[in-house]
Ligand binder design. Structure first.
Ligand SMILES: Nc1nc(=O)c2c([nH]1)NC[C@@H]1CN(c3ccc(C(=O)N[C@@H](CCC(=O)O)C(=O)O)cc3)C=[N+]21
Length: 300
């Protein structure tokens, strides 16, 4: 065990860390406005009317305004043909008021998410999911980094003084979270393992992790006995489940009450990774705006 130990189950306060990041973005947005006379603008595109997506998208717009940036919402019907969505993206690509473009996932089945993601010009791809930004991340050169893994990295940096040499285990190998997360951890100097659907003994591998990042979308997958005593656990999962009294609540991929007995640090759901995803979207929109408005500002 290489990391400093506190008592078990210390909560990582994603909400507080996200608020601090958003406050910093707000100050830098104001500085950019003073320097260039312009504000960063974020376009969010939602296709269809999934109620959960609508909540997220509205929340994103609210937070964008809170950080002093402009937000532009585009709500398209469920039946929108792919060509029409590509037409909108082409207009947003050419619009000087827009510095970041986010197309909410998942998309209806007539639309290929890879085609849409790659239609966004790389310097406006604030989700960092296009081929250019994904390639840059894997080559270790500056680019726009996907919001959720970036948020997880910031939480880990706030929690662990040093990640170099730690074994980080990522459960889930999606392009959205698992793969970019593994790249970021590698860049921090971790030894990285990725568990995926065909991994023979995911629990055994997970128990090797000084850091455990779980991003599978399967609620309750990770039990207390998957966790190395003293590990730091980041739970990316977020699933709405029914409760006994006929209401619903949000849960992660980790059985929280079990895991907090074993882990040194753990993110709650809600109040962990979720708020960081939105704060990082604002951070990326500021970075994207700097790329065109203040090129010397550069990317980190
Ligand atoms: N292109 C794209 N980029 C995304 O980043 C993206 C997406 N599509 N599609 C959907 C998922 C989901 N997502 C969340 C963002 C914030 C919270 C969040 O703030 N959650 C709060 C709880 C919110 C509540 O109470 O409903 C929390 O965890 O504390 C959750 C989930 C971003 N996504």
């Amino acid at each position: 065990m290489t990391q400093a130990r506190a008592e078990p189950g210390n909560l990582i306060d994603g909400k507080a860390i996200a608020r601090r990041l958003t406050d910093r973005v707000k100050i830098e947005v104001e500085a950019l406005r003073e320097k260039t006379g312009q504000l960063p603008g974020l376009a969010v595109v939602l296709v269809g009317n999934d109620p959960a997506s609508e909540v997220y998208v509205r929340n994103k717009a609210l937070q964008t305004h809170r950080a002093g940036m402009r937000s532009f919402m585009h709500m398209l019907p469920e039946t929108t043909p792919q060509d029409e969505l590509l037409g909108l993206i082409a207009r947003l690509n050419g619009d000087p008021q827009i510095h970041g473009i986010l197309v909410q996932l998942p998309l209806p089945k007539q639309i290929d998410p890879a085609v849409v993601t790659n239609a966004i010009v790389p310097h406006k791809d604030v989700d960092g999911l296009g081929e250019v930004n994904a390639g840059r991340l894997s080559l270790g050169i500056p680019g726009l980094v996907p919001c959720t893994p970036l948020g997880c990295l910031i939480l880990l940096r706030e929690t662990l003084p040093q990640m170099r040499g730690l074994h980080a285990v990522v459960i889930g190998a999606s392009n959205l979270v698992g793969k970019p997360m593994a790249q970021l951890l590698l860049r921090e100097g971790c030894t990285v393992s990725i568990a995926h659907i065909d991994t023979r003994d995911p629990a055994g591998l997970a128990r090797e992790g000084d850091i455990l990042v779980v991003a599978t979308g399967r609620s309750g997958l990770v039990r207390g006995d998957w966790i190395r005593p003293g590990a730091t656990v980041i739970d990316v999962g977020i699933t709405r489940v029914p409760t006994h009294d006929g209401k619903t609540k949000l849960v992660g991929d980790v059985v929280f009450e079990e895991a907090r007995q074993v882990a040194a640090h753990i993110t709650p759901v809600p109040g962990g990774v979720g708020p960081m995803t939105i704060a990082c979207l604002l951070h990326n929109t500021l970075q994207a705006a700097r790329l065109t408005l203040d090129p010397q500002g550069g990317l980190a």
